[in-house]
Write a protein that binds this ligand. Structure first.
Ligand SMILES: *Cc1c(COP(=O)(O)O)cnc(C)c1O
Length: 312
């Protein structure tokens, strides 16, 4: 579904990919960006597999999405996190609580990895991934299989653009690993714009290079507004910023859509800054912006209490 909205006077479209799979199968739980990346594993013939191994944050949408996949396919999920916050163990909520309810086995191994002088990734790859019955999914689902689901999303978007005779379309979505933005750019005949939410723009460019050396597959980078010295503001992933909460609230009030609190606020800050630059000196925006809502709102259950403490 694509919805037409107006935000801060900007007319644009929101591709409701947060509803992908939820619309057709609510029971599944899996949705949005992670459903696209894991789509292959939902349907592929993987009869030899009985277990998934992955790693990352104990509050991540990926953990929750993998737990849905494992439950659906009757597999075990071993998920390795650096640590699990005491407060989360005492008061499970959001992605963590839902993953546990789905039977996920979540292990805290950061200390062990550090004792071995290994990164979490190295530790898991060297010690926990073995046997032909284990399906290993690297952090963020960064793999060639993710391309299959994202290629489908690209085809859906392109079909909608053609059918509705949308002129000069531009796709906007915020990036973590950049897997989604890169594969969309690879499979779409128009520009994909993104911003780096995890690490710097340089880090994101390196991630792009790991997935494809062809520069035409690389999305265009957007930035938050610059400060008085001309440097774009740097945000740290997972930290709370008053302007993030403010734009998140404003989005819900103006568009009626609930976005998530880790990636979307920066995505929309960069979008409005992009439009400000494009419309300076009275110029009219001659592009049709399509923002992709990639889901992940279950994580708001962990973020909202943190924001309420910060704001009150
Ligand atoms: C995982 C995720 C992202 C980041 O996707 P990448 O492909 O890693 O760039 C963005 N938004 C939401 C809601 C996510 O869950």
């Amino acid at each position: 579904m694509v919805q037409e909205v107006v935000f801060r006077g900007i007319s644009l479209f929101v591709k409701r990919d947060d509803l992908f799979l939820l619309e057709s199968n609510g029971e599944l739980g899996l949705s949005g960006n992670k459903a696209r990346k894991l789509h292959h594993y939902l349907t592929a013939d993987l009869s030899e597999i009985s277990r998934i191994v992955s790693y990352g944050s104990a509050q991540s949408n990926m953990l929750y999405s993998l737990s849905c996949l494992a439950r659906l396919r009757g597999w075990r999920l071993d998920f390795y996190a650096d640590h699990i916050a005491d407060d989360l163990v005492k008061n499970p909520r959001g992605n963590y609580a839902a993953a546990i309810a789905n039977g996920a086995q979540i292990h805290s191994v950061g200390e062990l990895a550090r004792a071995n002088q290994q990164s979490l990734c190295d530790y898991v790859e060297k010690n926990k991934v073995g046997g032909s019955s284990t399906l290993y999914i690297p952090e963020g689902g960064r793999s060639a299989f993710a391309e299959l689901g994202l290629k489908e999303l690209a085809a859906e978007i392109n079909a909608w653009v053609v059918e509705n005779e949308i002129s000069n379309p531009k796709i906007i979505l915020p990036s973590g690993t950049g897997t989604s933005a890169l594969y969309l750019q690879k499979h779409l005949p128009f520009d994909v714009l993104t911003c780096a939410c995890v690490g710097s723009a340089d880090y994101l460019r390196q991630q792009f290079l790991k997935l494809s050396e062809e520069l035409e597959h690389h999305p265009t980078m957007l930035f938050p507004p610059a400060d008085s010295e001309g440097n774009a503001k740097k945000y740290h992933f997972g930290k709370c910023y008053p302007e993030f909460y403010a734009i998140w609230q404003e989005l819900e009030q103006e568009t009626g859509i609930c976005f998530e609190l880790l990636y979307d606020p920066q995505g929309w800050i960069c979008l409005t800054e992009y439009v400000r630059q494009k419309t300076s000196e009275g110029k009219v925006l001659d592009e049709s912006l399509i923002y992709i809502h990639q889901g992940g709102i279950l994580g708001n259950e962990s973020m909202l209490p943190r924001y309420r403490r910060l704001i009150s």
